[in-house]
Design a protein around this ligand. Sequence first.
Ligand SMILES: C[S@@+](CC[C@H](N)C(=O)[O-])C[C@H]1O[C@@H](n2cnc3c(N)ncnc32)[C@H](O)[C@@H]1O
Length: 251
Amino acid sequence: MDRQTWDRRRVSFGAVAQLYERTRPGYPAEAVAWMLSGVRPGGTVLDLGAGTGKLTRALLADGFQVVAVEPSAPMREALSAAVRDARVLEGSAEEIPLPDGSVDGIVVGQAYHWFDPELANPEMARVLRTGGTLGLVWNVLDERTGWVALLGQELDALDRNSSLSGRSVADELGAAFRPAEQADFRHVQRLTVTDLLDLVRSRSYVATLETPERDTLLRRVETLVLRNAPVDGHQVLALPYVASTYRATRR
Ligand SMILES: C[S@@+](CC[C@H](N)C(=O)[O-])C[C@H]1O[C@@H](n2cnc3c(N)ncnc32)[C@H](O)[C@@H]1O
């Protein structure tokens, strides 16, 4: 992907903040607990690239003090509307508006691939205290189910940047961190076909398509889902995910 497309996609979330908040899955409590098992109860955790606060809410539920940093104003507004107890700051992974060694943990949900690692890795190491934990998590479609594999193929044809795409977190984080550990946590999102189409609309590479291309993609996804995905009596389908989760300790 060229730099211009990448920049356009990574700032696209503001335009779809409401859709994002309504349709994107949260994260399994077990994944959050695993990422932050080394952080003391009540410790301060930075949610970096916090979006509308899906991970922020899980952190608050676990009793952490939370600082949420997010560059997009509409995402921050949705976050502040949904979450009262977090400190919400404008900023980015490349310029975190916090002092050195000021947080016990950092978590990044579905956002590390938008960071410039050369700037963001040292910046995360700067604000994290020695012995603190960095946790990264991505919700990835669990394609062991037939219709979900078809959906994944349809979406992958357009998206080459939804996760690390072969990049190695362990190699990338650099000498300030101990080698990263990885674990998978499976979970299921229940949603209607209409919600699923809105979820697809909220993806950066769909949000930045021209209208005719977007409409064509959404029609294809709708046909695929109506033909293949089982729904219950309330027209609700089960969309399975793997929360692919990493943790690394600050040396
Ligand atoms: C897919 S959303 C994830 C939001 C939230 N963490 C979640 O799990 O729902 C990606 C977020 O990363 C933010 N983002 C993009 N580039 C960033 C950067 N360089 N530093 C910090 N956040 C960034 C976007 O504005 C967006 O809110």
